[in-house]
Design a protein around this ligand. Sequence first.
Ligand code: K7E
Ligand code: CUA
Length: 766
Amino acid sequence: MRMNHVLATLLATVSLGAFASSSAWSADTLQDVMKRRGLTEADVMAAAKTYTPTGKHDEFIVFSSGGQSGQVIVYGIPSMRILKYIGVFTPEPWQGYGFDEESKKVLQEGSKVDGREVLFGDTHHPAISETNGDTDGQFLFINDKNTPRIAVIDLKDFETKQIVKNPIMQSDHGGAFVSPNTEYVIEASQYPAPLGGEYVPLEQFNEKYRGAVTYWKFNRTKGRIEPENSFSIELPPYSQDLSDFGKGPSDGWSFTNSFCAERYVGGIERGRPPFEAGCSAKDVDFLHVVNWKKAEELVKAGKTKTINGMKVLPMDVAAKEGVLFLIPEPKSPHGSDVTPDGKYIIVAGKLDTHATVYSFEKIQAAIKAGKYSGKDDYGVPIIDLAAAVHKQVEVGLGPLHTQYDSKSCVAYTSIYVDSQVTKWDYCEGKVLDKLSVHYNIGHLMTMEGDTAHPKGKYLVALNKLAIDRFAPVGPLHPQNHQLIDISGDKMQLLYDMPLPLGEPHYAVAISTDRLKPSIRYPSGTNSRTDEKSPFAVRAGSEHTDKKPGKVEVFGTVIRSHITPEIIEANEGDEITVHFTNLERAEDETHGFAVSKHNVNLSLEPGKTVTATFKANKAGVYPYYCTEFCSALHLEMEGYLLVKPANYKGGAAAAGKAGVNYTKADYDARVKANIDTQGVIDGVVGYITSVNFKDFPQAVALVEDATDQLNFAKSSKEKSEEFAKKQDWNNAMLWAEQWFQYQVKAADIGLRAKTHLEQNGAKKVQK
Ligand code: K7E
Ligand code: CUA
C-alpha cells in the first residue's frame, strides 16, 4: 500500500540517518581518470579551481544580462552553476511573473507602450546598487535597449519591483549604471530621434534629432525610482553609447561616449553608403563629460523644459552653464569605464588599436582655464584631446570594454577583433599579458570590477560567438562565458559555460556574503509591493464570494492541499483566486495551475498572489500544485466546475463519489496512525533535546510541523465523532486525513532533525 510505503520510507530515514556514501566511488586513481578522459595536468588544475563540492556555495554571485530574453541570469563563480533566471521585461511562468495580477502590474507598467504590448526586452547592462562606490547587494538595475526602460530588482527576493519607461527616448544603451551612493541610475539614448517621439523627416536630422541622458532618481528607502524627481539632459545627435559615473575625486560627474558624431544617416536602398561607412568616416567621435551635480541644481532652479512629463535640461543651457563638455575620442569608441580611484576614464576605440586613458584632473584643469579647442555645431565646448589624455596604449585590434583588478593600476580590456583579453597597466601605460579567448569577446567582467574596491581573482569573458566550443545544437548556438583566473601574473583560462538564453552583454559580480536574501515572506505578502496583501487569509478563514458573473476565492495552500478543493462557476463568470501559502519552511513553494486557462502561480512561503481569468467555456477543469512539494504533491489538486448556462442537473455532489469503507478499514487506519505517532514522538524528542531555538531554519520547520500536528489533532477528533455515529466512510476518511497530517509533520520534523544534526546542534539540560 502506498501510504505504508511512505511510512516505511520515513522510518528508514529515521533509523539510517544520513546516506551512506562510501561505496559510491570506484577504485580509479586520479591518474586513471586523467588517462581515460584525456585530461592534462593543467585541465585538472583548472577543474580543481572551479569544482565546488556538493553543498558548498560559490564565492561570488553574478548577475548577467539575459540579452533578448529580457531576463537576468544569476550564476555562481567559480562553479559557473546557474542559480536563477529573473523575469524582468518578459513573462516568466515558473515565477508566475506576468501571470499573477501582482506581477502583471509591474510588467505592464513597462510593457504597455503607446497602446501596444512589448513583451521582450534587449537587456544590456545590469548594475548593483552602491554605497560609497562599493556594491552593497541591495538592488539590481537593468536597461532595455529596445524599448528604453530601466527595471528595479530587489535583491531581498530577486524579484522585479518596478519598470520605468523613458518618455523621451526611442532606444537606449548607456545604462544602467549607478552613482556612488545610488542617488541616480543613468540611462543614455543610443539612436538619435526627436525627443518625445514625434515624426520628423530625416532631412531635419541635424536640427531636430537628438540624443539624451536621463538621471533616474532612486529612493533607497522605498526601493523605487522616482520619475517625478528624475531629469534628463538634451545631447547632440551623436549616437551616444556607454556611460559611467565618476567616483572619489570625479564624483558628481558622468561620462558618456558616442560613435556617430558624423551624424550620418544611411539609406543603402536609396544608393547611399550604409550607416557603417558614414558613422566611421571621421577619425574621432566625442566623449561627453557631464557635471550632473550642477545639472541637478539647474533642474531645481527650473531651467528645464518638460517633454512627456520628463524634465529636460536643454543642450544650450547645459553648454552655457558648464554642465556639458566634449572631448574627441578615437575612432568608433566603445566602453567608458572610470577607474576604481575615480582619477581616470578609459575609452576604447572599436576600429582603433588603442585604449585612451583620460585624466579627470587634466579635464578639470582645461575647464577651469577655459581652454577649449572650439565648439561643436551645437555650441558645446570641446576640450582638446591632447590636453585631457593621460596615456594611449596599444592594447589590440578592436578594444571594447575595460574592467579593473584589485591590484592598483591593473586593467583588463576586451579585444573584439583579436579575440583576446589584454591585461595592462593604465598608470604606466604598458601591456602586461594577453590571453586568447573563444571567440570575439564583448564585455568582460572582474569581481566587483567596476567599484571603488575590485576584488580581483576571476575574470569572465562574455564571448559573442561559441562556434565549436560545445556540442552542436543547430544553427543557433549558445553564448559562451569563459572563466579566467587572474590571481597570478599570467591569466589562465579555466572553464567554458554555455548560456542558452539570449545574448548577455554585460554582467556584474558581487561577493556572495554581501547578499542577504530572505527565505520567506511575512505571511500574506504581496511581493511586488512588499506590503500585506488585502487578499491574504489565515488557515481556517478561507472563503468564496459569489456575485452575479463573478466568483472570488480567498484560499490557502499548504502541504498537501489547496483550500478550496472544488470551485464552482457558471459559464461566462470571471473568476478571481487569491492564494496564500501558509508554509514557513525554507523552499516550501507551491504552485497553482488551472487546466487550459493560462493560469500558473508561484507561491513561495508567506506569499499571497492573485489570478483573474474568464471561465468562458463550460467543462471540468482540474487544478493542481505545480511544485513537487511533498510525498502527496500529486494529490494537491482540485476541480474547477464550470456549469453551462441553464444547467438543469443537481448540485455537484463530491461526497457521493468514491468507494465505501468499513469499520475494519477504520480500525486498521487508526492502528497505523498510532504507530506513526511513535515515529513523530521520537523526532520531537530529539528536537526538544537540543538547542533548536538557536537555529532559525529549524524553528521555522518546527512551527510548520506544529501546524500540521494541530491539523492532525482536529482530524483525529472528527474521525472519532463519525466513528461514534458508526459513519465508517467519514470516520475512515478523517482518520486518513489525520494520517496525512502526521506524515507531513514527520517529514518536516525530519528535515529539522537533519538540519540540526548537520549544523552541530547541542544537547541541552532539561
Ligand atoms: Cu559592448 Cu550593449 Cu555594453 Cu554589447 S554593449 S558588447
Ligand atoms: Cu504543493 Cu505540490
